[in-house]
Design a protein around this ligand. Sequence first.
Ligand code: BES
Ligand code: MN
Ligand code: ZN
Length: 507
Amino acid sequence: MKISIQKADWKKFKSDALICFQPEDKKWLVGSLDYYGKGTALHTQASQMIASGDMAGKKDEQIVLYAAKGEAAVGRVILIGLGSADKTTLETVRRAAARGVKKAQSLKMKSVTMYLPGVKGKNGEAVAAAATEGILLGLYKYDKFFKREKNDPKVELESVTFLADEATVMGSSIANCTKAINRALTISAATIFARDMENEPSNNKFPETLANWAAASGKQSGFKVTSFGPAELKKNKMVGIIAVNQGSVKEARFIIMEYKGSRKASDAPIVLVGKGITFDTGGISLKPGAGMADMKSDMSGAATVIATMQAVANLKLPINVVGLVSSAENMPSGSATRPGDVITYTNGVSAEIDNTDAEGRLVLADALIWAQKYNPKTVIDLATLTGACVVALGHVTTGMMGTDDKMMNKLKKIGDDVYERVCELPIYEEYEDLIKSDVADIKNVGGRWAGAITAALFLKRFTTYPWIHLDIAGTARSEAASDYIPKGGTGVAVRLLTQMLTEEAGK
Ligand code: BES
Ligand code: MN
Ligand code: ZN
């Protein structure tokens, strides 16, 4: 997909369609279509549809209008309802742009032009970037397994050109808008990479596969990837990963990704940690059958970390970042871990495995101990960790817990901007009583109450640095498609983390 911005007159620019957005609080045709279009059939039709209320600018409205012969190089105008112009935010733009290109795609168009809607307080760079995200993420489909008929070739939208009337767009130069578009393309591609990994079925996806995906990405984008197999896991006493994987016929992996972009290689890095359970049956504490298939994306934390490493490297951010992924397959078998088993981590903390379905915290603990080696500025782990977090926050918000208050405040703000929102849950020490064990220092389940919090408090025992835990159990998969978020894997937090790392890099 090619996305660009250009100063041009829509009437002279050849494309399959011009996509325009009609706000609901304006009862007349707005912007350049009106300005340059007077006298054309397109203009007359559009004005009449708006005046009559047939196009009232509501978000669920879309109409297609046809140019009269010879009046414009563009074949059609697609008018998309925007909602309130006054309340338009960058998120409105992402969603509206997605609706526009999805309509064009459904009409089998190949190239379209688009007028960007204005957003109060935001410049052209921000708006063009948001539209780019909406376009790429909105067109995403995980359709590689569908049978295609030979006479039904896949027609894909190939280019979107944002049209500018002047040399500046909402206060930004075309050159700066182009830079913002390219950055958004890189970040959206990484998000799509994460979605693809999440959606891959678990008969094609094992810990070794995650390591291969990371290695391929590292080679292409420029970060170093090392992975530990059974021998190194044993040598380094990564007891959590070993215990969780021991019911599987496949090998576990611990994946280390290192990107050095800072001026000084010795600058303290930010470490990202991802849960990479390639399938979570629950183990001997077997999950019920209904909905278990969703556990193919129990490696979403890992997907986000791998994809964020890719984005950071492709953007060549001047910062040091380390990605760590603990990957295992949680299966029941004769060799599987039993409820009641006790393991002792290399930091000396022993853990009773009261429930083999609380496996995420067990594998993450090894990675959190490993992270110490880097003297990290901060460590952020991402995990589809608890159903309790989904009960608390639904699919709308990621649960955030941790000890790095300053960074948590930043993530809160960035989350609002990129619209991957995070909501802090408390980790008061009183909750620690819930994970006391009779036979070990801690146990891996805390009972019925505050399940997202007790999971975080388990992790906290393995941290010795500023730390944040993001429970993405609710946000990593969507149950229903919306404008730019399809059903299934969402690639959540790639945009959040990349924006945070961009700001930390001082760019
Ligand atoms: N992977 C699950 C959590 C999950 C649930 C992710 C729903 C996405 C959607 C995790 O490993 C798990 O099974 N957690 C248990 C913990 C419990 C046994 C303490 C849970 O939440 O039920
Ligand atoms: Mn589980
Ligand atoms: Zn799990």
